[in-house]
Design a protein around this ligand. Structure first.
Ligand code: FAD
Length: 401
């Protein structure tokens, strides 16, 4: 496309993708009176209902609160201060709130996205075009990049010129592919493990997150709301969710989460059932020319340690502040340091996910050596206050923003 043939001016920033990362960037830009446009391939209804994450780190909530983006969250989210491991038929509770004075918030991702869309579009008057097709990025290595898309109704191609592009279009978007090969490095890791991700229309069966470390495979229990609970079951990668009918799911969950004195699971209809092939990737650097990636577009962290949305928010907060500084004061130091600042936390969380994956999956690996090491690690967390505090620090995430 010949950008020189285009005339007219567009917004300062085009944000590609209306997930937690893109909407946070857009809200902060809008609050600073920086003109921006959000492009999203799905409908508003779809993004406001898509179930995924739920565990938010305290620093992220405080950072959203400082920007006026956490009113509903603080009114409705549950505070979590402990988690429980079940292994060897026993329950071991880790009161990380007592150890650190800090906690998690549990707030379903669709509610956060709904709040962020409403604040940006309905309260702050920002523009989002939903349902756009065939988004393409142009001229990223020039001072005047552009983003084009096809109109969902007419098929007509629109071109939007801008100063910067925020690539927040998640793991399956187009922004990452716009980085020229040879200018970036993509590190990948495949765990060789699948997780059956389930949402049950049933109240939580425990007041905290429960991790079942069982010789037949990992099982997880995570509250989402008083009515809905997320469960995970380790399964072969690529497994078909249809191999997991209702009865099989609940009998496996009961078996893998069984422990002396544990309350029975509250069962209910399964409203989501999908297999996740557990893998990670990290793009370095997270920027090229006038394009800056944020969130899952730049790095994927398998939901082992509930870190993905927290990383997406961290990137978005840094990127938005850096864009505001550049566009309102001409200060480009934030943009220059953006990628390195994000990647520091990204690699820290990748490391913790690796460690936790070994703990979750070691006893089911079929390798007695790995199983022995896994149990030693778990016992250490509960026998040593230093090991418990180190776990709590990583589980809660570093307080930086
Ligand atoms: P996304 O939320 O994926 O948003 C990207 C947006 O871009 C989407 O709306 C998409 O429709 C849109 N898009 C895609 N392509 C285009 C395009 N070409 N043009 C325009 N728009 C486009 N993380 C946690 O921190 N805690 C948890 O407890 C947790 N649990 C999880 C459980 C599951 C089952 C899964 C799958 C993930 C979980 N995560 C968790 C991860 C978390 O959901 C993601 O990391 C988070 O959604 C990333 O936000 P994002 O804004 O970067 O990307």
């Amino acid at each position: 496309m010949d950008l020189n043939s285009l005339s007219g001016s567009g917004p300062s920033v085009v944000v590609v993708g209306a997930g937690p990362a893109g909407l946070t960037v857009a809200n902060i830009l809008r609050a600073a009176s920086v003109d921006c446009l959000v492009l999203e391939t799905e409908s508003r209804e779809f993004v406001e209902r898509r179930p995924r994450a739920g565990v938010l780190e305290e620093w992220a909530v405080r950072a959203l609160e400082r920007r006026g983006l956490a009113d509903n969250l603080l009114a409705r989210a549950q505070r979590h201060t402990a988690c429980e491991f079940r292994f060897d038929g026993r329950r071991q509770r880790l009161p990380y709130g007592e150890l650190t004075g800090r906690h998690h918030w549990v707030y379903p991702q669709p509610l956060l996205v709904t709040d962020l869309v409403r604040e940006y579009a309905d309260v702050r008057g920002g523009e989002i075009r939903f349902g756009v097709r065939d988004v393409r990025l142009h001229g990223l290595d020039t001072a005047a990049p552009a983003v084009s898309y096809a109109d969902p109704d007419t098929g007509e191609r629109h071109v939007v010129r801008c100063d910067f592009v925020a690539g927040c279009d998640g793991a399956r978007g187009v922004s990452r592919d716009a980085l020229p090969a040879g200018r970036v490095r993509i590190a990948r890791h495949d765990y060789g493990i699948g997780w059956l991700a389930l949402l049950a229309e049933a109240p939580p069966s425990s007041d905290c997150v429960v991790f079942g470390v069982h010789p037949d495979g990992f099982a997880g229990h995570m509250a989402r709301s008083p009515e809905v609970t997320r469960y995970y079951l380790q399964c072969p990668p690529g497994d078909d969710p249809d191999n997991w009918p209702h009865e099989r799911v609940w009998s496996e969950l009961r078996r893998r989460l069984a422990a002396e004195g544990a309350p029975p699971l509250v069962e209910g209809p399964l409203i989501e059932k999908r297999v996740l092939d557990m893998h990670d990737y990290v793009v370095e650097p997270m920027a090229y020319g006038r394009l800056f990636l944020a969130g899952d577009a730049a790095h994927l962290t398998a939901p082992i340690a509930a870190k993905g949305m927290n990383l997406a928010l961290h990137d978005a907060l840094l990127l938005a502040d850096a864009l505001v500084a550049r566009l309102t004061k001409g200060d480009d130091s934030g943009l220059r340091g953006y990628s390195a600042a994000c990647l520091r936390r990204v690699w820290d969380y990748q490391d913790f996910s690796q460690w936790l994956s070994d703990v979750y999956h070691g006893t089911a690996s079929g390798d007695p050596y790995r199983a022995g090491v896994t149990l030693a690690r778990l016992r250490r967390v509960f026998d040593s206050p230093v090991a418990a505090a180190a776990f709590a620090e990583q589980y809660l995430g570093t307080d930086l923003v």
